[in-house]
Design a protein around this ligand. Sequence first.
Ligand code: ZN
Ligand code: ZN
Length: 360
Amino acid sequence: MSARDPVADLRRIAFLLERANEATYRVRAFRSAATALAALPAAEVAERTRAGTLTDLPGVGDVTARCVTESLAGEEPVYLRRLVATEGVDLDEAAGALRAALRGDCHTHSDWSDGGSPIEEMALAAVELGHEYVVLTDHSPRLTVARGLTADRLRRQLDHVAAVNAALPEGFRILTGIEVDILADGTLDQDEELLARLDVVVGSVHSGLRDERARMTRRMLTAIANPHLDILGHCTGRMVSSRPAGVTGPGDKGHRARTRAESDFDADAVFAACTEHDVAVEINSRPERQDPPKRLIRRALEAGCRFAIDTDAHAPGQLDWQRFGCVRAALCGVPADRVVNTWPADRLLDWTRARARASG
Ligand SMILES: [Zn+2]
Ligand SMILES: [Zn+2]
């Protein structure tokens, strides 16, 4: 006999979500599930939990069913535990502490692809912000709308970065990188030899975002198993809003205002693979992306994933958007020690190199 009441746990979650000013539909999901279960005899709830048929009930989804299962097993549901952990924490303070712990940014663009500014200007803005490093991650060849870099152009960029680095202030450096397209079959859109040379590889899906679930999951799992991939970029591909006022201009080609639903994939399988292969899950700070959504950040956290809180900046001023990502991470209770860009550059490089070695 369980000491916990699953209905009470669901209501408590709804209350805490409401108080944290979370989206109404999410609050409603927990309240509807609580109402549906409260109407049933406890024995039936227990039987359905054993049989895995809770989700056949109207108003009960995967997330709420999982809470009920944990609750009936006598455990505080993970979802509730997260909310309680962040309850009463002054969010400004928590997000501020996370932001203060960040030493660099692992996802940025220059005018070599679809960014609006030269590498030097991006670097100087990063210095101003107090960063110790910034990873330059221009797009890969297939993303022609974003002027993705061919292997030759990327080689030239590496020479250029070396020259720029030599002229930058002591204690700051540009790390080399790429935002490489995850192609339809899960392979990465750049020469192997170049990927091996780069300091940090962010991999993102930019095409076929409506792939059906099994196909998208396979595609992402293949990419995550690739020893060159370090960070999984904006994993759902969603666009939540049109761009905020004042954010327009030549630096934003390819990031036009539109909304787009999340890609459909098996998040538990993807996050488990990220943990297994030690790939960090990006928390993309762009206001129109806010990717992944908070419920997936929480699941990635539970799965043991590392994170990178990055701006995906296409212009110098956007490098300051990291605080948006920090607010979202803090809301989900992401601790600084799980965030790879709280590390000094040398530790970050040890990590990316060790990953490449470990996987052969
Ligand atoms: Zn991208
Ligand atoms: Zn990007």
